[in-house]
Design a protein around this ligand. Structure first.
Ligand code: HEM
Length: 421
């Protein structure tokens, strides 16, 4: 067994480590080979088992009765933030979200919106994603071959527009919503929020603003229902015929927006970065756009914007050689599983034609991403525009990533686009 990489435990989870060095691919490689279930004791973070193999993640995710999403947080917070996180007066703690529920509640509430997100339910969304992708590329084209920040101009705007359209958020509120969501996820990032402020403490204030914004829409859609997700959520009834409660309705808005925005944004900017690093793969896609479908899956495998999800063991469980005790936390690192040599040929190669591609970028089983089809349609719509209108892309400055280990990706990605004539 080779020596463990230096600073391994901090590198796996501390936000600033991600801000400085992005994903810990080397550490994950070592862990998969030497200690795939690793007790991690990082600075100021509760101890947890780091899970880095594909088969262990599917085993854990398939057993929500053993590994609970409801019993502890699904995020690894800092120890000194736990009081604020647990504070009952924090509006986030009053909203109930499906991602933090276990069966049977989870199934009851997931059903409310699952029909909307199926490939069938989503056909009317094809128009929304195509129109939005076209608009984004029109805006990008206005800059010609000047250097632009792809994150600012396209990656964060595309999912914002799509989600605001389905959730009924007025265009005038889009910018504020963008600010709120980036503050929520990147609470350790020095460039986000007010200088010097305690970002977790500020989350109560953020929660109140989300609450007010979404509540106004709910009231409107109750009075004037339309054919959109906002109306479906505002007027939803459960299997027992009871209307869905306000805390769950608000929770749905929050989770659809927050789970959908930064994730899609990071997958789009990560795709662009992958094309900058592997221009031959962009040329291949241009030459054969029928590869867009496999390219989308490869982008999600490659970028894995949801870096991990946490579960809490409800009883002792033997995972291969390791006994996980009741009450202990596990963090499933999807990006590590997506490079698992046991599952993927040449896992560190970005290959737009990769088949099969059993990546875990959208999770697995009970909590499998509700918005996976929408996310894939959004990425595909942008790729369609790109292969048609863009000749090639070049780097145009230094890239940077967000200081966040939960949902991770580019903060700035300067590029220069050469347009097809
Ligand atoms: C590339 C983009 C995306 C990625 C990588 C991603 C990833 C994930 C992952 C890994 C999970 C599993 C969580 C768990 O097991 O605990 C998840 C759940 C979820 N995602 Fe996504 N997601 C993306 C886009 C979206 C979009 C666009 C939406 C909204 C429309 C969305 C809504 C949700 C919801 C509501 C859940 C919770 C499902 C449940 O608990 O049953 N996601 N996502």
């Amino acid at each position: 067994m080779t020596m463990a990489p230096d600073n391994l435990d901090n590198r796996l989870v501390l936000n600033h480590e991600y801000g400085e060095q992005s994903f810990p691919y080397e550490e994950w490689r070592w862990l998969r080979a030497n200690e795939p279930v690793h007790m991690t004791d990082a600075e100021n973070v509760q101890p947890f088992w780091a899970i880095t193999k594909h088969r262990h993640i599917t085993e854990i995710s398939s057993q929500p009765d053993v590994f609970s999403s409801a019993a502890g947080n699904i995020i690894l917070f800092r120890k000194d933030q736990m009081d604020v996180i647990a504070d009952e007066s924090n509006p986030f703690n009053q909203m109930r979200v499906i991602i933090s529920m276990d069966p049977p509640d989870h199934r009851t509430f997931r059903k409310v919106a699952s029909g909307f997100f199926t490939p069938r339910g989503i056909t009317r969304l094809d128009e929304i994603v195509t129109d939005t992708a076209t608009l984004m590329m029109d805006r990008l084209a206005e800059h010609g071959d000047e250097p632009v920040d792809f994150v600012e101009l396209v990656a964060q705007r595309h999912p914002l527009r799509v989600l605001c359209t389905i959730l009924g958020v007025p265009e005038a509120d889009e910018d504020r919503l963008l600010e709120l969501t980036s503050q929520l996820f990147a609470f350790d990032d020095p460039d986000v929020g007010r200088p010097g402020e305690d970002r977790v403490a500020a989350s109560a204030e953020l929660g109140m603003e989300f609450f007010t914004m979404f509540n106004t829409i709910i009231e409107d859609r109750r009075a004037n229902p339309r054919d959109d997700l906002a109306s479906l959520l505002a007027n939803a009834t459960l299997e027992n015929g009871e209307p869905m409660g306000l805390v769950e309705t608000l929770g749905y808005y929050l989770i659809v927006f927050n789970a959908g925005h930064d994730t899609t944004r990071h997958s789009l900017s990560g795709a662009m970065a992958a094309f900058l690093d592997h221009p031959e793969e962009f040329a291949r896609l241009k030459a054969d756009p029928s590869l867009i479908k496999t390219a989308v899956e490869e982008i999600v495998r490659w970028t894995a914007p949801v870096n991990y999800m946490k579960r809490t063991a409800l009883r002792d469980y033997q995972l291969d050689d390791t006994l996980i005790r009741e009450g202990e936390a596990v963090a499933m690192f999807y990006g590590a599983a997506n490079r698992d040599e046991e599952v993927f040929d040449d896992p560190d190669r970005f290959d737009v034609g990769r088949t099969p591609n059993r990546h875990l970028g959208f999770g697995w089983a009970e909590h499998y991403c509700l918005g996976a089809h929408l996310a894939k349609a959004s990425i595909a719509a942008l790729l369609e525009q790109m292969v048609e209108r863009v000749d090639s892309i070049e780097p145009a400055g230094d890239r940077s990533v967000v200081s966040a280990s939960f949902v991770h990706g580019y903060k700035h990605l300067p590029v220069r686009v050469n347009w097809s004539s």
